[in-house]
Write a protein that binds this ligand. Structure first.
Ligand code: PLP
Length: 413
């Protein structure tokens, strides 16, 4: 990994924070954007400008080409069988909500069970909870093992005839464990269960092949993989997208309608894309996918795991550090600090790190069932990406060595 060369592509890495060169370790929340992505977005506004699928003039045709070209890029990125399986959304949350609403309305009945787990992000859990209130469906939980992982053994324990959907993240945004999706898909399909995968934290870091994984639905957010905010993909197997009725209606998604109330929708993906899409976002997302492919997902994953191992090695004598996910093979380190036998409030540690120019996330990371399992109210998450360096990890380690109860109070910024 030629990190120094890669870092040149990220203009924001030249800025300072709290008067120091910024160390950005909040990649689980969102990632920084490389110049080719910024250029792709600027190019749309500078030279293209028109709406997509609306005009009969040269400029709009060029937008159509860029927009549908982006769909093909996403198809290739996920190795989807059909381009019609790629639906643009505003991000993972929107995709997961749409899937939960559509699937619950059309495929589920009272008493049916959706399997989730306690490490899920709110966006993977709450849509099923809410959609299920109309129908009387129920959520059960796959028990996590002692480390907080999902295992096939535990998964099998909660499979009943009532389970109709399994909805979970491929990589947990707090603990960074990867769920055994391929094996789960096989088991699900033997029992006629739909598998809905939240790929917000897996797509940026791992090679994803939706055909090989055999997932029924898969979502991603561009902003977590070097792309712009407000755009993502909802992948669904064609047979389901052909059957499902969209949640949203309006321009673009319909073929015709009349005053008698008849409505004929277009086919997927356009039937799910009512209204003007975030065109510059879609184009920027395609640029991000190409950028990530140029680096290589295997390389990204391997490098992040190496950074995490380096962090663990450098902190092995730091007695005040509690790491909750040592064995998770990802770039996520979730931890707390203590001093004089007392846990330091996670947000105070994050604020102290800010004074050292280091950006991390603290709190419950939108996974509000997990603190019960970890038995702490909040944690600090440092999430590495391929543009981070061992020197930056050294700065985090040096800062953590300075963390005391006294240092962490009364910090204002
Ligand atoms: C695992 C997981 N799922 C879903 C989401 C929601 O993504 P977005 O906010 O882009 O919709 C996130 C964002 O943090 C996430 O980490």
């Amino acid at each position: 990994m030629e990190t120094n060369k890669i870092r040149e592509d990220f203009p924001i890495l030249k800025r300072t924070m709290s008067g120091k060169p910024v160390v950005y370790f909040d990649n689980g929340a969102t990632t920084l954007k490389p110049q080719p992505v910024i250029d792709a977005i600027t190019n749309y506004y500078t030279y293209l400008g028109a709406n997509a699928h609306r005009g009969d003039y040269e400029m709009s045709g060029q937008v159509d080409d860029a927009f549908e070209g982006a769909r093909k890029t996403a198809q290739k990125f996920l190795n989807a069988k059909h381009v019609e399986e790629i639906v643009f959304t505003s991000g993972s949350s929107m995709g997961l909500n749409e899937i939960a609403i559509m699937v619950t309305r059309q495929y589920l009945k009272e008493g049916d069970v959706i399997l989730s787990d306690e490490s899920e992000h709110a966006s993977s859990y709450l849509p099923w909870l809410q959609a299920g209130k109309e129908k009387g469906t129920k959520i059960d939980f796959i028990p996590l093992d002692e480390e907080g992982k999902i295992t096939i053994e535990n998964f099998k324990k909660v499979l009943t005839d009532q389970v109709k959907v399994v909805a979970l993240a491929m990589v947990s945004n707090v603990l960074g464990f990867t769920a055994p999706i391929k094996e789960m898909a096989k088991i699900c399909h033997e029992r006629g269960i739909l598998l809905v995968v939240d790929g917000a934290q897996s797509t940026p870091h791992l090679p994803i092949d939706v055909q090989d994984l055999d997932v029924d639905f898969y979502v991603l957010s561009a902003h977590k993989m070097c792309g712009p905010t407000g755009v993502g993909v909802m992948y669904g197997k064609k047979k389901y997208l052909d059957e499902l009725q969209p949640v949203f209606y309006g321009g673009e998604s319909n073929a015709r309608y009349n005053k008698c109330g008849d409505l004929i929708l277009k086919e997927s993906p356009l039937k799910f894309e009512s209204g003007t899409q975030p065109i510059e976002g879609v184009i920027g997302m395609a640029a991000a996918m190409k950028y990530i492919d140029s680096i290589g997902k295997e390389n990204i994953h391997e490098y992040e795991v190496e950074l995490k191992k380096y962090f663990l090695e450098q902190t092995k004598d730091l007695e005040n550090l509690i790491v909750y996910n040592r064995n998770a093979e990802s770039g996520i380190v979730t931890f707390n600090m203590k001093d004089k036998g007392q846990l330091i409030f996670a947000q105070d540690v994050a604020s102290f790190l800010n004074t050292q120019g280091i950006a991390v996330r603290s709190g419950q990371h939108c996974a509000k069932l997990l603190p019960d399992i970890l038995q702490v109210p909040a944690t600090i998450r440092a999430s590495f990406y391929f543009y981070n360096t061992k020197e930056e990890v050294d700065r985090l380690v040096a800062a953590l060595k300075e963390v005391t109860l006294e240092n962490c109070v009364d910090i204002f910024f």
